[in-house]
Design a protein around this ligand. Structure first.
Ligand SMILES: Cc1cc2nc3c(=O)[nH]c(=O)nc-3n(C[C@H](O)[C@H](O)[C@H](O)COP(=O)(O)OP(=O)(O)OC[C@H]3O[C@@H](n4cnc5c(N)ncnc54)[C@H](O)[C@@H]3O)c2cc1C
Length: 460
């Protein structure tokens, strides 16, 4: 650990409005904790920014002292890229404001805002934009990698609603990026991650949603998985884009609407979301009940913000998490078979396989319109290995890797950069796909020394 001199730290403290947290401070361990407990890194300095003007000082401090930089939004990245050992963490967890201009259907969002902060603020005006399914995820990392959720079928990826951003560049300049200002950089940050500079504010377009939507779960026994998945595959081909259905396969948590004997058994769950007229949605989803003989269901009208938190209890911070992910253009029989095989081998109760449906608006954007280029992807599959003890790492990771390998022949070439773990350096080019060469050029222009390298890194 490089101990920073008192004088240098005092100098930095004098310059920034936010807090500086150092090893030895009573809150150091709390502040350096992130969502994935598998990541344990000890930064030399954590700058908890209070305003955008703190950012150039933090960058200058790192540069002048030969320290690397990492950027923390919501701290959810599975690879743990929010943290670095011995370096400077530029931490936005104190900058979480979301300002809404309802008449213009715009939101101006600070980079430490969580999805929960965002949804709450915009839903006060009956508005939303597509973001992920766990309310404690950071809007910053999610957006910069692409971003998808329940509204993606209807309104596209999160980046498709990004209008502009305020940024600080590697050389400490504050700039705006949009279609009109620094358009090359605006193109790159919409899917290229934190490779190019630090975003200090996002401007999003908002869309009318809810505030009540129809959503919930229908839970089937795993021995009906084949028929449920085949019916699902057929049904979603013609389902309207207001309707999003994801499939989750796991051991049943103790949900109150399930009989006790089902708790802990492998199940197939249809997670349903309909952002339209509730009565119309009820009619639309009725056939799902006949995909098999369900153990139970819990579906009904509820506030959008409530559904946006529905999975939080299964995704709390503090567990050890290891993911592997594929994109799919179609669900071939082999893909379904491999899913079913590996659900039967789930090693620990919190592990799951999920299949997110994103077909719709996201597919109508051209693959080079912005850095996020996987416009052919209709499903995103994630195998979510999750457990509590380090001693379980080997078994859990082996399961996730074996499933990833078994399902690979049926996947498309792309990968979702936001779902990649730290050991997937060999997939970086695939993750940036058709846009990789152009991303390298932008990287060369804005960050030639690669000071922003704690990410799925693009090297010039
Ligand atoms: C439980 C869970 C559920 C998820 N569900 C979804 C989902 O439904 N849909 C989806 O699309 N994704 C989902 N994700 C993935 C998520 O999009 C990524 O983990 C994302 O990186 C999280 O962003 P963050 O700000 O919380 O992460 P952090 O770890 O804080 O940041 C990740 C990286 O983003 C970059 N970054 C962060 N802030 C900035 C900034 N201000 N300027 C420049 N670069 C920055 C940095 O490179 C940083 O290392 C989920 C993740 C988790 C853990």
């Amino acid at each position: 650990m490089k101990i920073q001199s008192n004088e240098k730290i005092k100098n930095l403290k004098d310059k920034v409005k936010g807090q500086i947290v150092l090893p030895g401070d009573p809150n150091y361990n709390d502040v350096r904790e992130i969502w994935n407990a598998m990541i344990d890194r000890r930064p030399a300095v954590i700058v908890q920014c209070a305003e955008a003007d703190d950012v150039p000082h933090a960058i200058a401090y790192a540069r002048d002292n030969g320290l690397e930089i990492s950027i923390r939004g919501g701290g959810h990245n599975i690879a743990g890229s929010a943290l670095c050992n011995n370096g400077v963490v530029i931490d936005f967890s104190s900058m979480r404001a979301v300002k809404v201009v309802a008449q213009k259907r715009r939101a101006y969002v600070e980079p430490g805002a969580t999805l929960g902060d965002f949804d709450k603020a915009v839903q006060a005006h009956g508005l939303a934009t597509p973001v992920g399914i766990n309310s404690t995820t950071g809007i910053a990392g999610l957006t910069l990698g692409g971003g998808f959720g329940w509204l993606t079928r209807k309104y596209g990826m999160t980046v498709d609603s990004l209008i502009s951003a305020a940024m600080v560049t590697a050389d400490g300049r504050k700039i705006q990026v949009s279609e009109d200002e620094n358009p090359d950089l605006f193109w790159a940050i919409r899917g290229g991650g934190g490779n190019f500079g630090i975003v200090t504010e996002f401007e999003f377009a908002l869309h009318p949603v809810g505030p009540e939507i129809l959503a919930g779960l229908i839970v089937f026994p795993v021995d009906q998985a084949k028929q449920v998945l085949e019916n699902y595959r057929e049904f979603v081909k013609s389902a309207p884009e207001e309707l999003s259905i994801w499939v989750v396969l796991r051991k049943a948590p103790p949900l109150p609407f399930l009989p006790v004997h089902v708790h802990g058994k492998e199940v197939v769950v249809l997670a349903i979301f309909y952002a339209g007229d509730i009565a119309e949605g009820e009619k639309l989803i009725d056939p799902l009940r006949r995909f098999g003989n369900a153990y139970g269901e819990h579906v009904g009208a509820q506030p959008y913000v409530q559904w946006q938190q529905a999975f939080d209890p299964l995704l709390t911070p503090g567990a050890r998490n290891y993911w592997k992910s594929h994109n799919f253009i179609e669900l071939r029989d082999g893909a379904l078979d491999s899913i079913i095989e590996f659900v039967g081998k789930i090693p620990f109760p919190q592990c799951e396989i999920f299949l997110g449906l994103i077909a719709g608006a996201a597919n109508r954007v051209s693959s080079n319109a912005m850095a996020y280029g996987h416009r052919d992807a209709k499903f995103v599959l994630n195998v979510h290995g999750r457990w509590d003890e380090a001693a379980q790492d080997e078994t859990g990771m082996a399961w996730a890797r074996a499933f990833f390998k078994a399902s690979a022949p049926y996947a498309s070439a792309g990968a979702y950069v936001n779902f990649m773990t730290e050991d997937e350096g060999d997939r970086v080019a695939a993750a940036y796909g058709v846009n990789y060469a152009r991303l390298k050029q932008v990287k060369k222009k804005y960050d030639p020394k690669n000071i922003f390298h704690n990410n799925q890194n693009i090297t010039a």
